[in-house]
Design a protein around this ligand. Structure first.
Ligand SMILES: [Zn+2]
Ligand SMILES: [Zn+2]
Length: 255
């Protein structure tokens, strides 16, 4: 399971890196006249990757169910929950969340340009009673619902990160939960710091920035995004100032 997940994560990261390439790199690709070809290949690869994740997830579920049925045991289900605890369950991968956001982003640009094949059906950004979630209807009655409300500020996640336990928070909220400043970042978090939701330790260091989701949310709710950007800017400047002042004090031996 780890090998399957590792392969999926690596490929998804590579794909999303190409999609999120900076303007200049995109311009270069366009200049070479390859952008259209690349674009279609990119969508196809994204589709293949999601299919890979789903087929593996479904296969594993079926195998474990069958195992329990034949052996009249609960070991299969126990294995499943153990896999979830060890974060090797492919449906929990933050990269799957990124691929779904990627798919919706691509579809939106497709609606504007009117070309390119669709990636997956049934993926959407839903808002229920002001609570946003990323929803994906998968075949074989598996439905994926990713909650996009930050359980710290209780608002839509802004500048989202996924901790290794799979819980998603605003980057700034995650920093405060990990007792680190934005300047130091989540990598500086102590191993003992826990996820506020599941109370699991060592979840901050390997956190993944969800850039595609960020893009999708900033497009979907521009007003909210503008507001959060403004408050965050003030907070960032404040924290940078405090950081700098404490560095100065430390340097001069005041502390
Ligand atoms: Zn938050
Ligand atoms: Zn958690």
């Amino acid at each position: 399971m780890s090998a399957v997940l590792g392969c999926f994560n690596k490929q998804a990261q590579k794909l999303l890196k190409i999609h999120l390439a900076s303007g200049f790199q995109k311009y270069l690709m366009w200049f070479k006249g390859k952008l259209q070809g690349n674009h279609v290949a990119l969508i196809q690869e994204g589709k293949d990757l999601v299919t890979y994740a789903l087929i593996n997830a479904i296969a594993i579920r079926k195998i474990l169910k069958k195992y329990d049925k034949i052996h009249l045991s609960t070991q299969g289900q126990a294995f499943k929950s153990q896999a979830q605890r060890m974060h090797v369950e492919i449906l929990q991968s933050p990269w799957l969340c990124e691929l779904i956001a990627f798919h919706i982003n691509i579809q939106e640009t497709k609606a504007n340009s009117g070309k390119g094949p669709a990636l997956l059906e049934g993926c959407s950004l839903l808002v229920n009673d002001g609570k946003p979630s990323l929803s994906c209807e998968l075949f074989d009655s598996i439905k994926l619902d990713i909650d996009l409300t930050c359980s710290i500020c209780l608002d839509t996640v802004f500048d989202p990160v996924s901790l290794t336990c799979g819980h998603i928070y605003c980057y700034m909220c995650a920093c405060s939960a990990a007792s680190v400043s934005i300047v130091d970042g989540l990598k500086a978090a102590e191993p003992k710091e826990k996820c506020p939701l599941c109370r699991e330790a060592r979840v901050f260091e390997g956190a993944v920035h969800l850039d595609e989701l960020n893009l999708l949310l900033s497009r979907s709710c521009p007003e909210y995004w503008g507001q959060r950007l403004q408050t965050e800017r003030v907070e960032r400047i404040q924290q940078a100032k405090e950081h700098w002042e404490s560095q100065c004090r430390a340097f001069m031996g005041v502390e």
